[in-house]
Design a protein around this ligand. Structure first.
Ligand code: NAD
Length: 327
C-alpha cells in the first residue's frame, strides 16, 4: 500500500482565500479584523513567531499589532492591559506569546482574555465550550488536526482513534473534539509519557494522532547536558517515536509533531554544520514517514501537514470573532 498524502498546505491555501474575502468584507463595513499579540520580555524564539504572525495576517488582510511589554511587567499590569484590549471594539482577537515570565500565572491571564477574543481557544470558558461541544474558539492545532482527519474520512463511528500526547493545546482537545458526536464518535484512547506499551495501543488505531515531540526533546536534552558539563556530546537515538511496525495497515496518520533536529552527524558524532557555521537542521514529525507511507492509507507530512492549517485556524478565529463583534 502507498499512503496518500494529506496536503495541509493546499487546504490552508483554500481556507486563506475564504478568510481574505471575509476580512475584506469586514473592512468594507468599517469593522476591519485586528489581532493583537502581547509579548512580555525579550525572547528570540518568539520574535520569529511574531514576525511570522505579522506576515500571515498581512497576507489575508488582518491588521496585526504587537505589544511589547517589559520582562518586569507584573501580573496585575498585564491583566490591566488585557482588560483595556477586552473593552476596545477595534480589537478582534488577542494572543499571548509564551513563555511568560515566572511572576505571571499564564492560566490566569489567558482566562482574563474575553472569551469572544480568545482566538487561541486557551481560556477556561472556551475550554468549557469545547467540553460541552458548543460554539467558541478551540485550540487551533487541535482544530487543524481534526479538520485534516475529517477531510480524509467522514465516517468515524465505531473506529478506534488513538492520540499520542495529552497536552492542553493538542492531545486533550483532540480527544474532546472526537467525542462530540453522540453516535458517530470513534472510541478514543489517549497515550502519554507514562503509557506502558505504546505499540499495543497504536497498532489498534484506525486513526492515529501523534503529538509528543520526542526526538527534539531528546536532542535538546543531550546538547544542553554537553554544554553544561563541557563533556563531549553523546548523540541520543533520534529515530521517530512511531515506527512503521507500530501502525495498523490502512490507518490514517495525523502527525502533529514538529521536531527540529540535526540533519546529520560527522564521523566524530558531531552535528553537521551549514555554510553559516550553524548546526544544519531538518524538521521531522514523530512518525517514520517513509515507513508509514508503505502501510498507512493516508498521512500528513511534516512539514506541510498540520502546521500550515494551524496558522490558518488562528486567522479564521480572528475573523469569526470580528464578525461576532460587528454583528
Ligand atoms: P507537550 O510537551 O506539552 O506535550 C507532549 C506530550 O507528549 C505529553 O502529553 C507527553 O505525555 C507526551 N509524550 C512525551 N514523550 C512520550 C513518549 N515517549 N510516549 C508517549 N507520549 C509521550 O507538547 P505539545 O505542546 O503538546 O506539542 C507536541 C508536539 O506537537 C511538539 O512536537 C510540538 O512542536 C508540536 N506542535 C505542533 C503544532 C503545529 O502547528 N503543527 C502546534 C503545537 C505543537
Amino acid at each position: 500500500m502507498t499512503a496518500s498524502i494529506i496536503d495541509g498546505k493546499k487546504i490552508a491555501a483554500e481556507l486563506a482565500e475564504q478568510i481574505t474575502r471575509d476580512a475584506a468584507e469586514l473592512k468594507a463595513a468599517g469593522a476591519a479584523p485586528r489581532l493583537v499579540a502581547i509579548q512580555v520580555g525579550e525572547n528570540p524564539a518568539s520574535k520569529i513567531y511574531t514576525n511570522m504572525q505579522a506576515r500571515q495576517c498581512e497576507s489575508v488582510g488582518i491588521e496585526y499589532d504587537l505589544r511589547n511589554l517589559s520582562d518586569e511587567t507584573t501580573q496585575d499590569q498585564l491583566l490591566a492591559e488585557i482588560e483595556t484590549l477586552n473593552s476596545d471594539p477595534s480589537v478582534s482577537g488577542m494572543i499571548l506569546q509564551m513563555p511568560l515570565p515566572d511572576q505571571i500565572d499564564s492560566r490566569a491571564v489567558q482566562t482574563a482574555i474575553a472569551p469572544g477574543k480568545d482566538v487561541e481557544g486557551m481560556g477556561a470558558t472556551n475550554m468549557g465550550h469545547l467540553f460541552y461541544g458548543g460554539k467558541g474558539c478551540a485550540p487551533c492545532t487541535a482544530v487543524a488536526a481534526v479538520e485534516l482527519l475529517k477531510r480524509t474520512c467522514d465516517d468515524l463511528g465505531g473506529k478506534e482513534a488513538v492520540i499520542v500526547g495529552h497536552s492542553e493545546i493538542v492531545g486533550k482537545p483532540i480527544a474532546m473534539m472526537l467525542l462530540q458526536s453522540l453516535r458517530e464518535s470513534p472510541t478514543v484512547t489517549v497515550c502519554h509519557v507514562a503509557t506502558q506499551d505504546l505499540a499495543f495501543h497504536t497498532r489498534r488505531a484506525d486513526v492515529l494522532f501523534v503529538a509528543a515531540g520526542v526526538s527534539q526533546a531528546k536532542w535538546r536534552g543531550a546538547s544542553a547536558r554537553a554544554k553544561k558539563t563541557g563533556e563531549p556530546l553523546v548523540v541520543p537515538d533520534l529515530s521517530p517515536l512511531i515506527s512503521a511496525d507500530m501502525i495498523k495497515p490502512g490507518a490514517i496518520v495525523i502527525d502533529v509533531a514538529i521536531n527540529r533536529i540535526p540533519k546529520g552527524f560527522d564521523e566524530n558524532g558531531q552535528p553537521l554544520k551549514n555554510d553559516k557555521g550553524r548546526i544544519a537542521t531538518k524538521t521531522v514529525g514523530d512518525v517514520d514517514f517513509d515507513g508509514a507511507m508503505e502501510i498507512a492509507s493516508a498521512i500528513t507530512p511534516v512539514p506541510g501537514g498540520v502546521g500550515p492549517l494551524t496558522v490558518m485556524m488562528l486567522l479564521k478565529n480572528t475573523v469569526t470573532c470580528a464578525q461576532a463583534i460587528s454583528s
